[in-house]
Design a protein around this ligand. Sequence first.
Ligand SMILES: [Zn+2]
Length: 167
Amino acid sequence: METIMEKPKLINAIAVFNYINDKAKFYNDKWNRARKMETIDKHFETYKMYRDFSYRASELIFSLRRNEKFGDGRQWFEMDGKRFKEFRAEIKKERRLKFEQNYRVHLHFMSESLRADYGTFNCDNCKREFYHSPSTVFKGSEKKHSNCCGHCVNNMMNWNKQDEVYY
Ligand SMILES: [Zn+2]
């Protein structure tokens, strides 16, 4: 009786496993095709996440199969709609986290060159005078600076393991 009840779970688990693997492959391809550093990172992160889920899903299938054989009882979570939603929520959470930890920099003028001359500005971080384009700096959704110099921006990016903006 229990074997019959376990069946749909196993089928569900396999369907989810296949879905996740398709996703992993999809993002792996995207990662391989990506040209920009930012997209490369983004796709690789997503790929890694799906690869991790795929590993967990295959563990689940293994345990369900074993239960089917030996009737170990319900020691593993159910791979149903709820669990799948949790998977997706986890991806979103990771993305959100990454968003909140990363700087976003908006230049006031076109050029990222430190040698550009757009006038005289005062950095609202280091207080120094500079002539290149100031930036507005966000960390996640929080505005950190509205008139930041390129040296400060590059330092922040370096500390946070992001690519420099000014050259
Ligand atoms: Zn500065």
